[in-house]
Structures are given as structure tokens and as C-alpha cells.
Design a protein around this ligand. Structure first.
Ligand code: NAP
Length: 549
């Protein structure tokens, strides 16, 4: 791929006379960046995408750890914008694995000829706004530079993996991997002594997948997580035909549900039914595919502690039934947060793994890790020798991918400084003082079923750029009032949510990152329809809440 032209913008230059390399630069060729590129071609703009990886796919490119797969229904997750694509592509399972999903991303890239505008192996190191030229100057890690009028970040909310800050980590002589930086070559687990640190959605998928392959597996758990069965299965021909015929209806439903999943909260409260009806409802949800038990549960389980206790008790009983050793079962039952108040991992015989002779569970609250040694892991209790250590230790979420790029807005203001007390955004799409920069899936947007949210945000940004093109605008900026108003709105929406009272990536906590030990409100937690209604209104009023020039 050709390196971008090396362009130095003179500070005296005006927006009209500035010679820019591209109209738009997009950072990231994951699902957001790919679709944004596709849409911007309609406007006839020159667009360049810079991507760190060697291929498209973002999350699905990097997270190639064993057992990585969707936990929202495959067909509700794919792009909806092309009827032809929907009819051509066939998902083989209700919840497709990572290799299939990456194949899908590549298929989309080929079908829409996206790669010709994507520069791979190009990590953006800095993005600096040039006030006089009303443009952005991008510098890559290689030192190459490129300029553009509009900058779009498509860098993902969970794309900056973090390793534990444990002494001796580099001294380990065996193999070690973070799940989000998994090697492309197959890792041989046969007969190996393997450690997994971390029991979030990633750790759970990894553990349940490799337990049968390894010689011995030791799981190091700091916080037990609630998890519920995925109930994956192959899609037969008849179901495939029904899925294809039902796409318009399914996507319409996703537009109406709270978080764009096919599931949405039951209108009843947990105590508006009898004990028997509640138990039967939970039993039904536990037996169904996907996120129903989280997203399609009683409307009050995520806001009312007593309602939440009923589902937590139910799932705790299930764990006790499934894990033979009662002491291990108790270790696996979360005691410090209620069901669904962290992002729910979905599992496939995860709990049964702990009934195997070759699997052990270590509670790090009882016996913390003291250091990594050349041979393995030393806890306060003993030394564990390992051949392989797997870090399923998560991400510097939501703001982390912004922190690692040096973003400087108008007059050189640092984005990192502006967000030092938590993100401040306008609609989750823009930040005042960072003109001509739009964020896809940044802080304060409706995440939920991500591709549905991506398509909406991309369409909104495309609409804004079409408007700018039609009016000859060279400056689009959020106002300080707009940013303060949206940030306050997002914070107000989070009040009363049990999830905001729990430490997790969703509340910005990462013990492995300096300065990320304080909870923040980084997610929009209102409904997706309400989010879209607000953004639509802004567009319909000619973006009059923005500063335009
Ligand atoms: P995570 O949920 O943040 O879990 C990280 C795990 O590592 C936690 O158990 C954490 O313990 C542990 N950990 C971190 N640092 C540690 C340390 N220094 N010592 C010991 N333990 C440590 O990360 P994740 O599992 O990668 O999942 C992140 C998100 O990615 C998910 O919630 C989900 O949204 C997404 N995801 C989606 C899928 C899917 O769609 N199928 C699959 C995987 C992930 P603490 O809880 O005590 O911090």
C-alpha cells in the first residue's frame, strides 16, 4: 500500500487554499470504519482509512483466541445496509465463531472493494488539528504524515488490551499471550500446563474451549462473574431460509428494542407475578438462546436490588446444580454484584469445566498473585509451574483507544486533558474544541448490539458530511453548551442503574492502568430509540446545535 504523501501545512494557510491529501481520514478498519468508508464513497469524497492490523475486521481480526465467538445472534449482528449481502451470506451457527466472522468481514471488504482505500499496518500516533487550515494532520507510528478536512475515529470501545501489572511478567520462560493479541498460528495445548488469568466473557470462552485440550488448566479468578448458557446451534436449511425471509422484520424489531438486540425487557416487574410464575419465567430464559435472560428479563432487575436478587438467586442455584464440588461452586458465584450488572458473559458448559480432573480454580482474593516467575505463577500460597500463561485480562475500555493517540484539537488542546475527569462529548459523536472530528462508537453513544449502533452512527455522520458538502462548510464543531448538556444527560441517565455502582470496564475501571481506578460514566445507558430520536432531531434542524462555518 502506498505511503501517504508527506504534507506540511503552513500555519498561514486558509481553509480554502490548503492542499489536503484527503477529504476524510478514518482511523480503523473494523466494522465501523469499513461501513463508513463505503458510505462516504457515495459523496464522492477522497477517503483514506488507516488500520494497524494487516486486514479488515477490527475486533474480529484481533480477538482470535480459542473459542472467540458472537454472543448476539449472528443474523442480528451482520450489516443490514445491503439486501444483496444479506441474501448472499449464510451464517452457519446461531452464534458464529471468530474465524467465520472474520471471513464475513473479508467478504464485505471484497464485495464493496474497500481495501483499495485502506492502508494496513499503519498505526496512527497523533492527530493534530490545524486551526488556520481547518484540517487535521495525522502522523503514523512510521513517521509518515497525511492531512484531511474531516477525521473520523473508528477505533472501537474494546480495542486496547491491558496486561496485569504483576512483577516478573517478562521473566516467564514459557509462552504467554493476551487473548486480544493471539498468534495467527495454532497454539498447541496438548499435554501443556496452562494458566488463564481473568474470567470475563473472554476468559470464560477461552477456558471452556481449551479445558479438554490441555494437560492441566489452572484458572486464576479475582472476581467471579455471572454467566448464562449461550445455547448455540447449527443453522439448518429451513431456518436459514426463514432468517433470510425475515430480515426486514428482524431489523425493524432491533430498531425498536432498548439496546438493538432481538431481545428487549419484559414490561412486567419481577414482583408483579407470583413466585411460581417468576421461577417459570427464569427457567424459560435460562433455556433460551442468547441474551434473553439479560436483555429480555423483567424490566426492573437492573435497577431494583430486590428484583435483582431474585434472578441472582436463581442463577446461583443453577451454578450449584452444575458444579459438583460445593466449595468450587461457591467460588464461582459472585458475591459483590448482582446478575447482569456487569456485561453478561454467555457460556457453553463453562461450569462443567470445573468438574474435570484436569482443571483447578484459584481464588485470587484468598491467595493473590505475588509475582510471575521464570517457571510460572507464585501466589501467596504456592508456586504453580506453567508452560503457557494466557492473559484474559481485558481492555482499557472506551477511552483507552483514544488515550493512546495524541489527539490535539483547536489551539493545541489535548483530548486527554479534556477527558481527565471522564469523557465529555456531544451526542457521543463530537467534542467541542475538536472541530471536524467525528467519533464512531466513542464514549456516550448507545452501544448495545454494536453493528446496529454502528450503522446508525455512520449514517448520521454521512448525513452531516453531506450537509457540509452541500453548504460548502469547512468547520463543524460541537459547542461547549452542547457538550456539557449531552454529558450531563448521559450522567443523569446512569443514575439508579445497578451497573453504574459496580466496578467493571463499563464504569471505566481497569486496575492495570494508571489513573483508571475511579468510576466514570462513559456509556450512554438510555434506550437506542431515544438516542436516535435526539440525533435525528439535531439533523432535521440543520445541525443548528453545532458551530458551523
Ligand atoms: P473483562 O470483562 O474486563 O474481564 C477481564 C478479566 O480479567 C476479569 O475477570 C478481571 O478481574 C481479570 N483481571 C484483569 N486484571 C487482572 C489482574 N491484574 N489480576 C487478576 N485478574 C485480572 O474483559 P474481557 O473478558 O476481555 O471482556 C471485555 C468485553 O469484551 C466483554 O464484556 C464483552 O463486551 C466483550 N466481549 C465480547 C465477546 C462476544 O461478543 N462474544 C467475547 C468476549 C468479550 P476483575 O473482574 O476482578 O477486574
Amino acid at each position: 500500500m502506498a505511503a501517504p504523501r508527506q504534507e506540511q501545512i503552513s500555519p498561514q494557510i486558509s481553509p480554502e487554499t490548503a492542499v489536503l491529501d484527503y477529504d476524510v481520514i478514518i482511523i480503523g478498519a473494523g466494522l465501523s470504519g469499513m461501513y463508513q468508508l463505503h458510505r462516504l464513497r457515495e459523496l464522492g469524497l477522497t477517503v483514506r482509512v488507516f488500520e494497524t492490523g494487516t486486514d479488515v475486521g477490527g475486533t474480529w481480526y484481533w480477538n482470535r483466541y480459542p473459542g472467540a465467538r458472537f454472543d448476539s445472534e449472528s443474523y442480528s449482528y451482520g450489516y443490514s445496509f445491503s439486501k444483496e449481502l444479506l441474501q448472499e451470506w449464510e451464517w452457519s451457527e446461531h452464534f458464529a465463531g471468530q474465524p467465520e466472522t472474520l471471513r464475513y468481514c473479508r467478504y464485505v471488504a471484497d464485495k464493496f472493494d474497500l481495501r483499495r482505500d485502506i492502508a494496513f499496518e499503519c498505526r496512527v500516533a497523533s492527530a493534530i488539528y490545524q486551526d488556520e487550515a481547518r484540517s487535521w494532520a495525522i502522523t503514523l507510528a512510521s513517521g509518515a504524515r497525511a492531512t484531511c478536512r474531516f477525521l473520523i475515529t473508528a477505533i472501537g470501545p474494546l480495542s486496547t488490551p491491558t496486561l496485569p501489572r504483576i512483577e516478573g511478567r517478562d521473566s516467564f520462560r514459557g509462552q504467554s499471550f493476551h487473548t486480544a493479541r493471539w498468534p495467527k498460528q495454532k497454539v498447541d495445548f496438548a499435554g501443556k500446563r496452562v494458566a488463564v488469568i481473568g474470567t470475563g466473557a473472554t476468559g470464560i470462552q477461552t477456558i471452556q474451549t481449551i479445558a479438554g485440550e490441555v494437560g492441566h488448566l489452572t484458572v486464576f479468578q479475582r472476581t467471579a462473574n455471572w454467566a448464562a448458557p449461550l445455547h448455540n446451534g447449527k443453522i439448518d436449511a429451513e431456518t436459514q431460509a426463514a432468517i433470510k425471509a425475515g430480515y426486514p422484520e428482524m431489523f425493524r424489531r432491533c430498531q425498536e428494542t432498548f439496546a438493538c438486540f432481538v431481545h428487549t425487557p419484559d414490561p412486567r416487574g419481577a414482583f408483579e407475578v407470583s413466585d411460581e410464575e417468576r421461577e417459570a419465567f427464569y427457567e424459560k430464559l435460562y433455556g433460551e438462546r442468547g441474551f434473553g435472560i439479560w436483555q429480555g428479563n423483567f424490566r426492573d432487575i437492573l435497577i431494583d436490588r430486590t428484583a435483582n436478587a431474585t434472578i441472582s438467586d436463581f442463577v446461583a442455584r443453577k451454578i450449584r446444580e452444575r458444579v459438583k464440588d460445593p466449595a468450587v461452586a461457591e467460588m464461582l458465584i459472585p458475591k459483590n454484584h448482582g446478575f447482569g450488572t456487569r456485561r453478561l458473559p454467555l457460556e457453553t458448559f463453562y461450569y462443567e469445566v470445573y468438574n474435570r480432573d484436569n482443571v483447578g480454580l484459584v481464588d485470587l482474593n484468598e491467595t493473590p498473585i505475588e509475582r510471575i516467575t521464570q517457571e510460572g505463577i507464585r501466589t501467596s500460597d504456592k508456586d504453580y509451574p506453567f508452560d503457557i500463561i494466557i492473559y484474559a485480562t481485558g481492555f482499557d475500555a472506551i477511552t483507552g483507544s483514544f488515550d493512546r493517540i495524541d489527539f490535539r484539537g483547536s489551539s493545541g488542546a489535548l483530548l486527554k486533558d479534556k477527558w481527565q475527569h471522564g469523557p465529555e462529548t456531544y451526542l457521543g459523536l463530537m467534542v467541542d474544541g475538536f472541530p471536524n472530528m467525528m467519533m464512531l462508537m466513542g464514549p456516550h453513544t448507545a452501544l448495545g448490539n454494536i453493528p446496529r449502533s454502528i450503522e446508525y452512527s455512520v449514517d448520521w455522520v454521512t448525513g452531516l458530511l453531506r450537509f457540509a458538502q452541500a453548504k460548502g462548510l469547512t468547520l463543524l464543531d460541537a459547542t461547549p453548551e452542547g457538550t456539557a448538556g449531552w454529558t450531563d444527560h448521559v450522567k443523569a441517565l446512569g443514575v439508579g442503574l445497578l451497573s453504574n455502582e459496580v466496578n467493571s470496564w463499563m464504569t471505566g475501571i481497569n486496575t492495570n492502568v494508571e489513573g483508571k481506578q475511579r468510576r466514570i460514566v462513559a456509556r450512554y445507558s438510555g434506550s437506542a430509540p431515544a438516542y436516535r430520536a435526539k440525533c435525528d432531531e439535531v439533523a432535521a434542524k440543520g445541525y443548528d446545535e453545532l458551530r458551523l462555518a
